[in-house]
Design a protein. Structure first.
Length: 112
């Protein structure tokens, strides 16, 4: 019994150590994804219709706090096909890769 407890404790400690070693990498990956999304917002010209902070044009929704209103999964689906989320949407379906859509959704979700 005593040996079982020590073995379980060692396995738990090893798992915790592996998790903690990987945690900074995950945070860095997330930060890089969000930064890429911000660049895509600029590169795709989204600011031509949307405002974020004090930058952009107030033709469409102000996205400054969109992450507090919608979950990232919803934003991803919206970016892929706005009309599937809201049939009367004025936003066009923008051609972008899955990776770009994920990055843009991550950045939008970070806006609170």
């Amino acid at each position: 019994m005593k040996g079982d407890f020590h073995m379980i404790a060692r396995v738990f400690a090893l798992g915790l150590a592996l998790f903690l070693v990987g945690a900074p990498a995950v945070a860095q990956d997330r930060a890089a994804l969000i930064a890429q999304g911000q660049l895509l917002f600029r590169g795709q010209g989204c600011y031509g219709c949307h405002i974020v902070g004090k930058v952009g044009t107030p033709i469409a929704s102000d996205l400054s706090r969109v992450g507090g209103k919608y979950k990232e999964a919803y934003l991803l689906q919206w970016l892929k096909d706005p009309a599937s989320q809201k049939p009367t949407a004025h936003m066009p379906k923008i051609a972008m890769t899955e990776a770009d859509a994920r990055a843009l959704a991550a950045w939008l979700a970070s806006l609170r």
